[in-house]
Design a protein around this ligand. Structure first.
Ligand code: F6P
Length: 325
């Protein structure tokens, strides 16, 4: 193992830079030359690949986003472009590839693993925390903390004005963020993509619950079947005309910001481990974290799981804390 290339792909997440730093430093420790591929799989197609030096990763552990950029490459879905991308790696004699991202990234990595001989290691970096084979993904902890800080602030003003707020959080396919945001912020209800939302029933619950409260907070996952928070308000307003209903879409604020200590440490561990795995001739696995241990899942298993289900224990806990729609 002489040359390792790495990329970040899909939605960025806080901690990706800490991971990049760990990959570069571990490569240098093992006298392997690290190469950054800029802007994800798109940069691999366009041959935007450059050697990284020790100084390139100085002063980045605390930065949100990804210094090497990311993309959701449409071209990479076509074999013609993947062949160009692989040829670019081969021209540089790259011996191993590390991809940091979410389910879309791993779907790309799974296809690549069948088409090229270069070993691939996947690192879960997404705020969605929906990757099979890991308890935590890089960026999720920071995003959750951003969300609860925002919800706490909204609760202040909601209390002052006796309002009901529908707060939309990210997660178009997974309710993991919404579920745990609801638990951590003490929300009065939550709408998850995994559950069918019954607007009339929800309205009755809110009326019931809201009695005696100054404010109510309803967390809405972006991927709820009835739509985002604005659509929900439009649909529920006829049942709740006596209340002052407000919508806040937290949006991409959830993806930015300095990573938490938890995410920095997780990212550093996973980044260093990915290089060690390649050095020890492992290939085509996704790194996960189970309890305190780093584990691996074969990439070929990854294509079918796509995403991890929401945590049933946390769902049960939430049911005790609130009325779940
Ligand atoms: O996959 C991470 C994520 O932040 C999802 O939670 C969200 O639905 C999506 O990305 C948004 O993607 P984009 O920034 O491309 O609009």
């Amino acid at each position: 193992m002489k040359k390792i290339a790495f990329l970040t792909s899909g939605g960025d997440s806080p901690g990706m830079n800490a991971c990049i730093r760990a990959i570069v430093k571990t490569c240098l420790f093992h006298q392997i030359t690290p190469f950054a591929i800029y802007d994800g799989f798109q940069g691999m197609i366009e041959n935007r690949i450059a050697e990284m030096k020790y100084a390139d990763v100085n002063n980045i552990v605390q930065l949100g986003g990804t210094i090497i950029g990311s993309s959701r490459s449409e071209q990479f879905l076509h074999k013609k472009f993947r062949d160009i991308a692989v040829a670019n790696l081969k021209k540089l004699n790259i011996d191993g590839l590390i991809v940091i991202g979410g389910d879309g990234t791993f779907t790309g990595a799974t296809i690549l693993s069948k088409e090229m001989k270069i070993p691939i290691i996947g690192i879960p970096g997404t705020i969605d925390n929906d990757i099979f084979g890991t308890d935590h993904t890089i960026g999720y902890d920071t995003a959750l903390n951003t969300i609860i800080n925002s919800v706490d602030k909204i609760r202040d003003t909601a209390n002052s004005h006796h309002r009901i707020f529908f707060i939309e959080v990210m997660g178009r396919h997974s309710g993991c963020i919404a579920l745990n945001a609801a638990l951590a912020s003490g929300a009065e209800s939550v709408l998850l993509p995994e559950h069918i939302t019954d607007i009339e029933k929800l309205a009755l619950q809110i009326v019931d619950q809201h009695k005696g409260l100054r404010a109510s907070i309803i967390i809405v996952a972006e991927g709820d079947d009835e739509g985002g928070s604005l659509e929900i308000i439009k649909k529920i307003k006829p049942y709740l005309s006596q209340y002052d209903l407000k919508s806040t879409v937290l949006g991409h604020i959830q993806r930015g910001g300095s990573p938490s200590a938890f995410d920095r440490i997780l990212a550093t561990k996973m980044g260093a481990y990915s290089v060690d795995l390649l050095k020890n001739k492992s290939s085509n696995v996704i790194i996960g974290c189970k309890g305190d241990n780093l584990v691996t899942t074969l990439i070929k298993d990854g294509i079918n799981f796509k995403t991890r289900d929401i945590n049933i224990d946390n769902l049960d806990l939430l049911k005790k804390m609130l009325t779940l729609n």
